[in-house]
Each structure stands twice: as C-alpha cells, then as structure tokens.
Design a protein around this ligand. Structure first.
Ligand SMILES: *Cc1c(COP(=O)(O)O)cnc(C)c1O
Length: 423
C-alpha cells in the first residue's frame, strides 16, 4: 500500500503541494457516496466533495452507467465541423436551467479554461465592435483559476507572486462583505467607466479566497453600475453552480443576469473534466460576420468530449431529482443548526453560510494566512478521525456531496467540536 505512495513520490508532482515537506499521498482505491476507501482499509468522509466537484457522491451508479454506454458508442470526435448528441442535448438542457438571457454554450476543459474563454469573449467583443476596451474589474481576493488569464483576474497573492510581471493589469474592488457594502459601492461608482470591458465576480461566495460570502443585493447594485457604463458581466460560477448555494446557480439570487457564465466543477458531478462558458445572444452576435477575423479563435483538442458531456447530462438528471433537491435543503438546514452550536465557541468567528456551504474562521491571533499552521493541525486532526476537510488557512468549511447522510454530517460536527475543544 505504502508502496503505491512511494512509487507516486518517485514520479509525480502534485498540485498545490510543497513536495519537499508534504507527507506521502494517501492511496484511495474506491469511492461510494460520500466515502472514500483507502488502500489500507481506512475510510474518509469527503467533506470537500473532492475539491468541490463531486456533488452526488463517488462512483454514482447512474452517471457510471451513462458514461459506460457512451464509451461504447462514441468516445470522442473533433468538435469543429462536427457535432454529437451529448453536446447538443447538454447545451439545450443547460440553457433551460441557466438564467433566461443565456443563449449559447461554448465548451472547454475545466474552470480555468471556462474563465479564459469568457475573458477572450469579452475582449474580442469590444474589438469586434471596433470600440476596444482594455480594463477588467475584479474583486480583491478572487480566485478564477491557474492559467494566465485566470490568474490575472484573480487577486494578487503568494500564489500569483512569481508571475506578477506577466499578468495583465486588473482594477480591483474590495469584496462587499456585510458592513462594507457602502464603501465598496462608492469605490465602484468612481471605478466603472466606459473603458471597462468586463467585470468578473464569483457571485455570493469567493471560494479559494477563503469562503468569503456576501449578499445578492449589493452584487446586483455593482452589476447595475458596471452595466450603466456598458461593461460586460462575467459570473464565475465554477464553484457556486449546480445547487451549492441552495439554488441551481448563485445568479438565480440576482435580478441582474450576467452576460457570461463560467461553469465546471459540479458540472459532471465530479466525473470528468469539462468547462462551459455560456453567453447572452448579444455577445454571440458580435462574432457573426462575413469577416473571418471576427471569429472566436479558441478551442481545445477535447472540446465537448462526448464522455464528459454525457457525465454532465447524467449529473443533471440526478441534480434535478426531487430527492436531490430535498437533500440540498436538508444539508442547508443541518448547516444552519450546526452554525448555531458553533456560535457558542469563543475560538470561532465569522460563521457564514450559503446553502450547502458552511464556513467559519478559527481565531488565530495575528497570523491568518493560508500558511498558518492551524490549517495543518485541523487538517490532520480531522483526517485522523476519517474526515477529509481542507481548511483554507484558518477558515474551516464543509462542502459535502448532496447525498451525505445526517449521520455523516453529525459525525463531522462531533469531530469539529472535538477539534475546537483542543484550542
Ligand atoms: C476552481 C475554480 C476555478 C478553476 O477551475 P479549475 O477546473 O480548477 O481550473 C475557477 N473559478 C472558481 C470560482 C473556482 O472555484
């Protein structure tokens, strides 16, 4: 068993991992529902939905069945000049549940590429109209992915530091967390101008930035201010999409609908890598021309891979079941009850929740960065007790698959409380 971990160490470089100091990785042999099974016989409750992708639990039989059938029918086909049933059906069904102004779907490979595509659409939209705009407005502390364009629109941090000279300039707005709304709106009024090509935001929750949450009304006002100057609105729903915040999309809480939306993570239920950038008709129309230069010159080898599209269709089947919707409500209620308990702990602050996502900060004195060792202490304490959570610095959060049972939630609550008792 450790054999596999050591073979891994000999040949593999892991994501977001300091390979010199990281412990050997834990070999996982199978998954079922919210449980991951280790090669050594240990079980882990996957309270982070395996980096936020796995919304229906592991090895879901319906998704497995559909992908397996598709695998024997058509595994892949070039997507320029050709099309296929899963891609068309997925676009139709996505547009049926996305905000009504979304009218076209562009496929790519993951969340970062979905953001890259949205940015390229935005810049080229203005280019094609013959009125180039160069500025992007983003939130401080945002996370939009790890490729260069996505990094550029993310907040500047230790993660982006080595690349800063190579990232295009972005103008930042502070996040309008409760209490800061007025200040942010004032800054926004000064900041949005007719030079702004687009405003990109993670609606309601900044994920990797520390599960920072804010309310829909202030985002609506910001979107309106941006729109008054003609700026395009990009909603990065890579993490918030597909039920995470309680509604199908965080944008469903908003009156101002985005011009472009980025989807990935939960899209295939965590089965395959797939990204989607959807857009309003007006964006699409700006690329229609007899002039070939107005084409959106972007694509990936695996664009609209039929297996990935099929996984997404099967995941959507499961998501729209009344049973799943009831589970989302059940987890939302469970989180709210646990939040009340957490409020009694003097070492806990900033308890916050949107739907099935619950987060809180551990009071950690001065040091509250990602590199704070409270993170490792909490991670190891919970892992030793069979719970997979990955605190973001001193921010603990629960983002379970929707099938997580009440017993599994209760066990997690007990262990979090046991951890808090050690502080
Ligand atoms: C994870 C994430 C991304 C990047 O997605 P990848 O599939 O990891 O490239 C982009 N935006 C948000 C909001 C994310 O949470």
């Amino acid at each position: 068993m450790n054999d596999l971990a050591e073979r891994d160490r000999a040949v593999i470089w892991h994501p977001f991992t300091q390979m010199q100091t990281a412990p050997l990785p834990i070999p996982i042999v199978r998954g079922s529902g919210s449980v991951l099974y280790g090669a050594d016989g240990r079980e882990y409750l996957d309270m982070v939905s395996s980096w936020w992708v796995n919304i229906h639990g592991h090895a879901h039989p319906h998704i497995a069945q559909r992908v397996s059938e598709q695998l024997h029918t058509l595994e892949h086909v070039i997507f320029a000049g050709f099309t296929h049933q899963p891609a068309v059906e997925l676009a139709e069904r996505l547009l049926a549940i996305l905000p009504a102004n979304q009218s076209k779907v562009f496929y790519s490979d993951n969340g970062s590429t979905a953001v890259e595509v949205a940015l390229k659409m935005a810049f080229q939209y203005w280019h094609n109209l013959g009125k180039p705009r160069k500025k992007i407005v983003a939130f401080e502390n945002a996370y939009h992915g790890d490729t260069f364009g996505a990094m550029a629109v993310s907040g500047r941090s230790a993660f982006t530091a080595p690349f800063t000279p190579f990232l295009f300039d972005v103008v930042y707005l502070p996040v309008p967390i409760p209490g800061q709304e007025e200040i942010v709106l004032q800054q926004a009024e000064a900041l949005f101008s007719e030079e702004v090509a687009a405003f990109i935001a993670e609606p309601l929750v900044q994920g990797a930035g520390g599960m920072v949450m804010y309310q829909p009304d202030v985002l609506d006002t910001l979107f309106r201010l941006a729109r008054d100057k003609g700026a395009l609105i990009i909603a990065d729903e890579v993490m918030t999409g597909f039920g995470r915040t309680g509604k199908l999309f965080a944008s469903d809480y908003l009156a101002e609908k985005p011009d472009m939306m980025c989807l990935s993570k939960g899209l295939t239920g965590g089965t395959m890598a797939l990204g989607v950038t959807s857009c309003a008709e007006s964006i699409y129309n700006a690329f229609l021309s007899d002039d070939k230069h107005k084409t959106l010159f972007h694509g990936h080898s695996f664009t609209a891979n039929p297996l990935a599209c099929t996984a997404a269709l099967a995941s959507m089947d499961v998501l729209l079941l009344s049973e799943t919707q009831a589970n989302i409500e059940r987890i939302t209620a469970s989180h709210a009850a646990f939040a009340n308990k957490l409020a009694a702990y003097p070492t806990v602050e900033n308890i916050r929740q949107h739907g099935t996502l619950l987060a809180f900060d551990i009071k950690a004195g001065e040091q509250t960065s990602y590199f704070n060792n409270i993170r490792d202490t909490a991670y190891n304490f919970l892992l030793d007790r069979g719970i997979l959570m990955r605190p973001l610095g001193n921010v603990l959060y629960m983002m379970p698959p929707y099938c997580t049972t009440d017993e599994q939630l209760a066990y997690t609550h007990e262990q979090i409380q046991a951890f808090l008792a050690t502080l």
